[in-house]
Design a protein around this ligand. Structure first.
Ligand code: SAT
Ligand code: MN
Length: 611
C-alpha cells in the first residue's frame, strides 16, 4: 500500500465507511484526496440513514429548506447561486487526443492542457470540506446494458440528487468491484468504470469548466453546483461519455424519452423520442390520453424522460433502457393541466431547485396555478417587477417510481423493444405536425436536420433557432459526422430497424399562438406513428417524407379549426428548398468526414424538391 492509499484507509477507518476491494478504485480515490485535500472522505452506501444525515446537515447549513410537510412531505428547496442556474455549453469541453474526433460540434481542449488546468483548480479545493465517493449504476443494476461510474464530489446536494437520479450506493459498488475482479482474472484493465470528479469550487463563472476525456472514461467538473454540470451521471456520463463508448461498442446513447403506448387490445409498443432540453420530453413521457382514448382503454407508460440507451437484440430489433432512475424535470409550466402525472409525482420526496415559495412553504412556479408566491427563487420577497418568481430553468428531482405512469418495464434488464423513433424540435414555422422518413437513411438525415429554438436549459439567448441534430448538440461526445456514420451503420442485413418520424408540436399561426393543442392530444399523432410502423395508417408521399392527411389522423372530439389543421399538415415546397440549402451548408461544415451516404441522401431530397 502506498502512502496515499494509506491515508485513504485511515480516513475510511475513522468514518467507519466501507472501503473498496478494487485496487484501481482505491488508488484513484487516494489520488483525488491527495490533490483536493478534503477534511474527511465519505463512501456513500445509498442507505436511508445516510440520506437522512446528509439532509439534516444541509438543513442546518441552509443548503436545503424544508418545504411544507403537510402538502409536500419529505421535500426540500435548494437555491443555487444566481450565476449557476443552467448548463454552460461554452465551458463544456470534449478533450479527445485528436481534435477532429471532438468535431466542430464541441469545444475542444488537448487532454494534457485540460488536465493541467483542472488539476490546478482542484488543488486543495476540498480543504474544510468532506469528499463524497458516490458509486452509481446507470441502468437496472442487473442489466447487461447498464454501465457504472463513481462520482467524487464535495457537494452533499449532489449526493442527494445522485441518490434519486441513479442506482447509487452499495449495490453499484458491488457491481463495479465484481466487474473489476472478473477483468483482473482475464488480465484486463480494471478501471473501466467512469471516473467523475466534481467540486463546486467557489461558484465563480470564470473558474468553471466541465471537461470530458472520453478515451480515459473521465470527467472533471469544477465551479458549478447546478444539475447537468454537477450530477455527472446524467449528461456527462450517460450522454457525452456513453455516446463515445456506444460508437466503439455498436450501440446508441441518445437524448430520448422512452414511452410505452398500450392500445385497447392490451398491446404495449414503445417509442423513443428525441427533443432538445425543455421541449416537453417529460410531458410526452407521462402523457394522459384524451378523454375518448381513455374511455376506449388506451394507457401510457413511462420508461424514461430524458436518456435512452439502445442496442440491437438477437432478433435485430433495437432494445432500450433508461439509464436513469429519476426525473430532473423543468418545473415552470408543469400543472394539473399540462402534466398531471408529473404533478402527482412531485408531491412528496422531491428536491426542488430554484422554484419560488408560497407564504406557507409550498413550492410554486409560473404556470402552476393562480396563487401569488411570497418569495422568488432567490429568496427575496416576491415582486413581479423583478421578473419570474421561479427561475425559468427551475427543476425538480424525483424518483421515477413515484410517477403514476411508471412501468416495471423500466427495470427490465433486457430493455424494451422500440417500435418507432421520433425526432422533434421547437419550430414556429415550416415544419409540419408530423411526417415519416421513407427509410433509415432518410431518417438519419431527418435527425441530422433537426433544428430548435434555444431554451433556458442552457445559458445564453432564448428563442434563437439553431441546428440541434437528434437533440444531441450539447451532448454528443464526438464528431457529429462520425455520429451520423454510426447511425447509418445500423442499416445492415439482419436488422429490423424501427421507422423514423419527425414531429413539431410548436408550430405557430400568424397571431403567434400555437396551432396544435399539444399535451394529451399528442397521442393522436403517436397513434398514427404506431399504425404506420405496422403498415396500417394512410399518408401522402412528399419530398420530405410521408405526411398524414386530415382523414388519416383520429381527430374525434378535438376542437381544432380547419385552417390550423391545414397549416399543420401542409408541405411548403419553397420553404423546404430554403431549409435544405441551409442544411447542405451545415453538413458541409464537417468537411470530408461527413459520410457520403448522408450527402447523397441530402442530394436526393434536393432533387425531389426540384428547382
Ligand atoms: O441540466 S441538465 O443538462 O441536466 C437538463 C437538461 O438540460 O436537459
Ligand atoms: Mn435533457
Amino acid at each position: 500500500m502506498n502512502a496515499l492509499s494509506k491515508e485513504v484507509a485511515e480516513v475510511t477507518r475513522k468514518t467507519g465507511a466501507p472501503a473498496t476491494t478494487l485496487p484501481a478504485l482505491e488508488a484513484w480515490v487516494a489520488e483525488v484526496a491527495a490533490l483536493t485535500q478534503p477534511d474527511a472522505i465519505h463512501w456513500c452506501d445509498g442507505s436511508d440513514e445516510e440520506n437522512e444525515a446528509l439532509i439534516a446537515k444541509m438543513l442546518t447549513d441552509g443548503t436545503l429548506l424544508k418545504l411544507n410537510e403537510r402538502t409536500h412531505p419529505g421535500s426540500y428547496l435548494h437555491r443555487s447561486h444566481p450565476d449557476d442556474v443552467a448548463r454552460v455549453e461554452h465551458l463544456t469541453f470534449v478533450c479527445s487526443r485528436n481534435r477532429d474526433d471532438a468535431g466542430p460540434n464541441n469545444p475542444w481542449m488537448a487532454p494534457d492542457e485540460a488536465h493541467a488546468k483542472m488539476d490546478a483548480l482542484f488543488d486543495g479545493c476540498m480543504r474544510g470540506r468532506t469528499m463524497y465517493v458516490i458509486p452509481y449504476c446507470m441502468g437496472p443494476i442487473d442489466s447487461p446494458l447498464a454501465r457504472c461510474g463513481v462520482e467524487i464530489t464535495d457537494s452533499p446536494y449532489v449526493v442527494a440528487n445522485m441518490r434519486i437520479m441513479t442506482r447509487m450506493g452499495a449495490a453499484a459498488l458491488a457491481r463495479i468491484e465484481r466487474e473489476g475482479t472478473e477483468r483482473a482474472a482475464r488480465g484486463e484493465r480494471t478501471d473501466t468504470f467512469v471516473k467523475g470528479l466534481h467540486s463546486t469550487g467557489e461558484l465563480d463563472p470564470n473558474r468553471r469548466f466541465i471537461m470530458h476525456f472520453p478515451e480515459a472514461l473521465t470527467i472533471k467538473s469544477y465551479g458549478s453546483g447546478y444539475g447537468g454540470n454537477a450530477l455527472l451521471g446524467k449528461k456527462c456520463h450517460a450522454l457525452r461519455i456513453a455516446s463515445w463508448q456506444a460508437r466503439e461498442e455498436g450501440w446508441l446513447a441518445e437524448h430520448m424519452l422512452i414511452v410505452g403506448i398500450e392500445n385497447p387490445k392490451g398491446e404495449t409498443r414503445y417509442i423513443a423520442a428525441a427533443f432538445p432540453s425543455a421541449c416537453g420530453k417529460t410531458n410526452l413521457a407521462m402523457l394522459i390520453p384524451p378523454e375518448g382514448y381513455r374511455r376506449d382503454g388506451w394507457k401510457v407508460w413511462t420508461v424514461g424522460d430524458d436518456i435512452c440507451w439502445m442496442r440491437p437484440g438477437a432478433d435485430g430489433r433495437l432494445y432500450a433502457i433508461n439509464p436513469e432512475a429519476g426525473f430532473f424535470g423543468v418545473a415552470p409550466g408543469t400543472s394539473s393541466k399540462s402534466n398531471p402525472n408529473a404533478l402527482a409525482t412531485i408531491q412528496r420526496n422531491t428536491i426542488f431547485t430554484n422554484v419560488a415559495l408560497t407564504a406557507d412553504g409550498q413550492p410554486w412556479w409560473e404556470g402552476l396555478d393562480d396563487r401569488v408566491p411570497a418569495f422568488d427563487w432567490r429568496g427575496n420577497a416576491y415582486d413581479s417587477s423583478n421578473g419570474p418568481a421561479a427561475h425559468p430553468n427551475a427543476r425538480f428531482t424525483v424518483s421515477a417510481r413515484q410517477c403514476p405512469s411508471w412501468t416495471p418495464a423500466a427495470e427490465n434488464p433486457q430493455g424494451v423493444p422500440i417500435s418507432a423513433i421520433v425526432f422533434g424540435g421547437r419550430r414556429a414555422s415550416l415544419v409540419p405536425l408530423v411526417f415519416q422518413a421513407r427509410d433509415w437513411r432518410h431518417g438519419v438525415l431527418v435527425g441530422a436536420a433537426m433544428g430548435s429554438e434555444t431554451t433556458a436549459a442552457a445559458t445564453g439567448q432564448v428563442g434563437v433557432m439553431r441546428r440541434d441534430p437528434m437533440a444531441m448538440k450539447p451532448f454528443c461526445g464526438y464528431n457529429f459526422a462520425d455520429y451520423f456514420a454510426h447511425w447509418l451503420s445500423f442499416d445492415r442485413p439482419g436488422m429490423k430497424l424501427p421507422p423514423i418520424f419527425h414531429v413539431n408540436w410548436f408550430r405557430k399561426g400568424a397571431d403567434g399562438r400555437f396551432l396544435w393543442p399539444g399535451f394529451g392530444e399528442n397521442l393522436r399523432v403517436l397513434e398514427w406513428i404506431l399504425d404506420r410502423a405496422e403498415g396500417r395508417a394512410g399518408a401522402v408521399e412528399t419530398p420530405i417524407g410521408h405526411l398524414p392527411r386530415a382523414d388519416d389522423l383520429n381527430l374525434d372530439g378535438l376542437d381544432l379549426d380547419g385552417a390550423a389543421l391545414q397549416t399543420l399538415l401542409t408541405f411548403d415546397r419553397d420553404g423546404w428548398r430554403a431549409e435544405f440549402d441551409s442544411l447542405g451548408a451545415y453538413l458541409d461544415e464537417f468537411g470530408a468526414r461527413m459520410p457520403q451516404a448522408l450527402k447523397d441522401e441530402h442530394g436526393r431530397v434536393v432533387s425531389a424538391l426540384g428547382g
